[in-house]
Design a protein around this ligand. Structure first.
Ligand code: AR6
Length: 171
């Protein structure tokens, strides 16, 4: 039976089959959770990302995701998802939903039973977290993903409360 669990923590410590990275289209690392995941996984993660063939000049277009091995992390896989930049990309809700949906599809395709997400786009990409939470939770609740244990790892207590509120508002 699937579950959706919100918790405060550091996603690099997650013990699930896959963890999701909030990446950018180059998939060559960056700041925020992307930097933390690459540091914790070690250089094998960047090497795996560089194996991904670019499409139209980028390894992962906005609203999509790509899966790699996970280097030194406890997880088996890293799913690199690229969310929208809130004020720059068109139709941010559609692109954010697509990033979550594609990530969950990849997890299922690799027979993962559990996956941990960060708050994609809620940092540098400036997506208002309450709105992002509603978009993300509505994708996670789709029947197609009912067999997955989905954890959502929020970095601060404040972010956890925003997501818990969104979850309670639209149960
Ligand atoms: N564990 C869990 N969540 C974290 C962690 C961590 N260790 N570190 C940060 N967060 P961001 P974005 C939270 O900026 O907005 C990168 O440079 C953070 O507090 O990492 O999708 C990429 O390369 C925030 O709530 O991702 C891209 O260029 C959330 O993770 C760009 O940033 C997402 O913040 C992507 O921006």
């Amino acid at each position: 039976m699937g579950t959706i669990r919100l918790y405060q923590g550091d996603i690099t410590q997650a013990q699930t089959d896959a963890i999701v990275n909030a990446a950018n289209p180059s998939l060559t690392g960056g700041g925020g959770v992307d930097g933390a995941i690459h540091r914790a996984a070690g250089p094998e993660l960047l090497a795996a990302c560089l194996q991904i063939a670019p499409v139209g000049g980028v390894r992962c277009p906005v609203g999509e995701a790509r899966m790699t091995s996970a280097g030194k992390l406890a997880a088996k896989y890293v799913i690199h998802a690229v969310g929208p930049r809130y004020r720059l990309d068109p139709q941010p809700p559609r692109l954010l939903a697509s990033a979550w949906y594609t990530s969950l599809q990849l997890a299922l395709a690799q027979a993962c039973r559990s996956v941990t997400f960060p708050a994609i786009s809620c940092g540098v990409y400036a997506y208002p977290p309450a709105e992002a939470a509603q978009v993300a939770l509505s994708v996670c609740r789709q029947p197609a993903f009912a067999g997955l244990a989905i954890d959502i790892c929020l970095f601060s207590e404040e972010m956890l409360q925003i997501w818990q509120h969104a979850a309670a508002e639209s149960p």
